[in-house]
Design a protein around this ligand. Structure first.
Ligand SMILES: Cc1cc2nc3c(=O)[nH]c(=O)nc-3n(C[C@H](O)[C@H](O)[C@H](O)COP(=O)(O)OP(=O)(O)OC[C@H]3O[C@@H](n4cnc5c(N)ncnc54)[C@H](O)[C@@H]3O)c2cc1C
Length: 435
């Protein structure tokens, strides 16, 4: 039997994966005039819920790219405060209104709209190419370095030869496996069940976490419906299923009593999706000719909903460091290491906070029917300025990135000074008084 011939294309940079990290990097590199090919295994971006939170620091990046106004014309909801209902006590946890960013809220935008938006803006640049239904299955190697990828497409196999390959193919990354990059695992005591419940005006507005009777649920206000995340002990899903859907519905109603009249929306397990929570981080994010970013370099826990944001920040830092070198084809191993050095600190800090929250809050809550709001949390109700700390950690995070990669269509100096003064970087927004 004759084998189908392998088609081949050559580019400067090949990105495996069209998620937030891959699409943002593709956009930024094309904008800088770099020849870039993004390979995405799915036919479109329209998939199950996988996070809708576009954080203030990502909105700041959109502002720096000059597309924020247009982006916010997409249907979206704005979260300006976060709260927690712990037993009978309500605690206001985060207030985004003091952040040093243009948008002082989290925008809830379906991830497919966000990715379509990035793709549409990237396509404006002639050096951008997005190939859908192209699943990366292997790496191409030449003289000890990664020289591109092999992908399977509906038309047969495709080799994309590239000076630099980026693994942005998420937490199940085949690129990182094939490259033999080792990861450190941090474990997680919980998994999350995601589903929707319709919303009524009488439910209240606020996006919040609910803790009651040893159970925990997060509810994101999406206008017409609540996007719900119900936390369970790791590996418990099969046992929960074995107890039956009726028992599961009763558990939900015990945490959120007003949801009782909507339990017909969960007739069986079909609308309920399991997110297996994982936290890990590559020890080394690169090899000659290859760099991993986003979830492929560091799978994040859903705590704080920061995975998309970190993926975007990685993309911005990668473009800042590599875009101009890519145009001249002078990217060396030291440049790839600079990307890891730049992004390792914020990733490490965020993951350590997530592990702390997992072990000290979530692990204690699940199954503990007598959990009460710890006293430091109660201070948030008494002193509102304390709410700026979680807002800063969640909304902006550690070491926010700013767009410094060039725009080939509009050569001009970056919108912000290259070096901040101490005045610029100190977290003034955390101070208790207003300016
Ligand atoms: C159920 C769920 C809920 C979540 N909720 C939130 C949230 O509320 N907020 C938040 O910030 N984060 C959330 N996350 C995490 C968030 O989705 C990720 O951290 C973020 O999307 C990482 O972006 P990424 O681009 O690195 O990877 P991904 O978003 O995983 O993108 C990887 C892309 O690569 C493609 N791909 C994979 N393998 C291949 C291959 N072999 N060849 C070609 N393409 C490939 C995938 O189809 C995908 O499009 C959630 C995740 C899940 C699963």
């Amino acid at each position: 039997m004759a084998l189908a011939p392998v088609a081949s294309i050559t580019t400067r940079c090949c990105i495996a994966g069209g998620g937030p990290a891959g699409m943002m990097l593709g956009f930024l590199l094309a904008r800088a005039g770099v020849d870039v090919v993004v390979l995405e295994k799915h036919a479109d971006f329209l998939r199950d819920f996988r996070g809708d939170t576009v954080h203030p620091s990502t909105l700041e990046v959109m502002h720096e790219l000059g597309v924020l106004e247009e982006f916010l014309k997409l249907p979206h909801d704005e979260v300006r405060e976060l709260g927690g209902q712990i037993g009978d006590e309500f605690v206001q946890l985060a207030d985004f209104s003091h952040l040093p960013t243009v948008s002082k809220f989290i925008a809830l935008v379906p991830q497919w709209d966000f990715l379509d938006f990035l793709a549409d803006h990237a396509r404006v640049y002639p050096t951008f190419k997005l190939i859908m239904q192209a699943e990366v299955v292997d790496l191409l190697e030449s003289e000890g370095r990664v020289a591109g990828v092999r992908a399977e497409t509906p038309d047969g196999e495709l080799d994309v030869r590239a000076d630099l390959t980026i693994g942005a193919d998420g937490r199940g990354s085949i690129v990182r496996d094939k490259a033999g990059l080792a990861a450190q695992e941090f474990g997680a005591p919980m998994d999350v069940l995601w589903f929707r419940l319709s919303r009524k005006p009488s439910d209240g507005e606020q996006t919040l976490g609910r803790i009651k009777a040893g159970k925990m649920m997060v509810m994101l206000n999406r206008g017409q419906y609540w996007q719900c995340g119900y936390l369970i002990r790791k590996g418990e899903f099969e046992n929960i299923k074995a107890r039956g859907i009726e028992q599961f519905r009763a558990d939900i109603v015990s945490v959120v009593p007003f949801s009782g009249d909507r339990m017909h929306e969960l007739p069986d397990w079909e609308p309920i999706k399991l997110l297996t929570v994982r936290i890990d981080r590559l020890l080394k994010w690169f090899r000659p000719g290859l760099l991993c970013i986003g979830d492929a370099a560091h799978a994040m826990s859903p705590i704080g909903g920061v995975g998309i944001n970190l993926a975007i920040q990685d993309a911005v830092a990668t473009a800042n460091i590599l875009a101009e070198r890519l145009t001249r084809n002078t990217v060396g191993l030291a440049d790839l290491e600079r990307v890891q050095l730049r992004r390792d600190f914020p990733t490490r800090m965020t993951q350590e906070l997530q592990v702390f929250m997992q072990n000290n809050v979530i692990d204690r809550v699940l199954g503990n029917t007598d959990f009460r709001a710890p006293w430091p949390l109660k201070l948030f109700n008494r002193w509102p300025f304390l709410r700026r700390i979680p807002a800063r950690l969640v909304g902006v995070g550690f070491r926010p990135e700013h767009v410094r990669s060039p725009d080939s269509a509009r050569p001009r100096p970056p919108s912000r000074p290259e070096h901040f003064s101490l005045w610029d970087v100190l977290p003034w927004d955390l101070l208790p008084w207003r300016w």
